[in-house]
Write a protein that binds this ligand. Structure first.
Ligand code: ZN
Length: 358
């Protein structure tokens, strides 16, 4: 196969040949031109989603396959799975599904995360050992729940003490795994960042001080803006029994775009993740790219946060010679918005062509 179009971010003319599922930049005689004119991109990245997570936690594998197919059809060919109770490793044998970088199961404490989602540790001192176990099950990432409502306190509160976090994150790094954490509030951030965490998910409670700490440590941020913007008011609404918590969630919602914009402005690397898997449907990475424009990203920068920049951060190739042929073709400029970005005209995954939208 042969495709010709313009690449991004440089808008330069590019031609690629696909041989045995891999990209070649050298012409191949007699190749069938399957796309000509328009735009050619590496597969999109959803850097925070959950294939294998449903409303109540674990789901049948068939349902997880449907989630992965929805991501593929929207162009997301590389997924960082930020924690799932369902064992989806058998999906790696399917060459028609996106590549998944797993973080194993969420690590939390009893009653301190959504029921059925996480491994719940009775004692926080068990965290380093649990991290070592999940590092073996995952694909180079560990997911911690950094904070959640503490019903005794009536507000968001950290799950772990600073010393336990230091030991756990050091253990992950010894096992070659990077660590990320679910964090909504202000209070859980300093302990995680100072312990050397690699990424923060959501990060709605970032302050100027914790933004400066993230810049110092070059901690990445995946803000999952569509989830915060669409769901925090409803979470607050349903938590009327905990008025301080509800007010906190409303305040975090109100400030989320401004805080994320401040983090980007200060130099925190920001990547796109939809948080699909429970409250958000799969296949919505284009909506997150659109939301990133609201924190001051240009259309090219916002797309890069879900494409070439995210691939580099995750250590996966783009459109390079010898890379797996995981790419997208668009007749129209995909930076225009979700109407275009969500509907690639041609998806090529491991060298196999799909036309998901007709
Ligand atoms: Zn999530």
């Amino acid at each position: 196969m042969h495709v010709r179009g313009r690449g991004l971010p440089d808008e330069a003319e590019l031609q690629l040949w696909i041989v045995d599922g891999r990209i070649s930049t050298e012409p191949v005689a007699g190749a069938d031109t399957v796309f000509d004119g328009g735009w050619v991109l590496p597969g999109l990245v959803d850097a925070h989603c959950h294939v294998g997570l449903g409303d109540d936690g674990e789901i049948p594998l068939e349902e997880a396959i449907g989630q992965a197919e929805a991501e593929r059809d929207a162009g997301a060919l590389l997924l960082r799975d930020c924690g799932a109770p369902t064992d989806t490793r058998s999906l790696d044998d399917r060459d028609d599904l996106p590549r998944i970088i797993r973080a194993g199961k969420h690590l939390a404490r009893p009653k301190r995360y959504a029921r059925g989602f996480a491994v719940e540790l009775e004692d926080e001192s068990q965290l380093p050992e649990a991290v070592a176990r999940e590092a073996k099950r995952g694909d180079g990432w560990i997911k911690l729940v950094g904070d959640w409502i503490d019903r005794g306190v009536g507000d968001l509160a950290p799950l772990w003490s600073d010393d336990v976090l230091k030991a756990a994150i050091a253990t992950a790094h010894e096992h070659g795994a990077r660590v990320t954490a679910h964090v909504f509030s202000e209070d859980a951030l300093p302990g995680l960042i100072n312990a050397g965490i690699d990424c923060i998910e959501h990060g709605t409670g970032l302050t100027d001080d914790t933004i400066a700490l993230m810049v110092e440590h070059q901690t990445a941020l995946v803000p999952t803006l569509i989830n915060t913007l669409e769901n925090f008011p409803g979470i607050a609404e349903s938590a009327a029994r905990y008025p301080a918590y509800a007010a906190h969630m409303r305040d975090l919602h109100a400030r989320c775009l401004a805080r994320t914009a401040a983090a980007r402005e200060a130099g925190v690397p920001v990547y796109a993740g939809s948080d699909a898997g429970s409250m958000i449907a799969h296949g919505r990475i284009a909506d997150e790219v659109e939301a990133l424009k609201r924190i001051g990203m240009s259309p090219t920068e916002a797309l890069g946060a879900a494409c070439w920049d995210a691939r580099r951060w995750l250590g996966r190739p783009g459109l390079e010679y010898g890379a797996s042929a995981d790419l997208l073709c668009y007749a129209e400029d995909p930076r225009q918005g979700p109407g275009v970005l969500n509907r690639p005209d041609l998806v090529i995954l491991r060298g196999k062509a799909f036309r998901p939208h007709g």
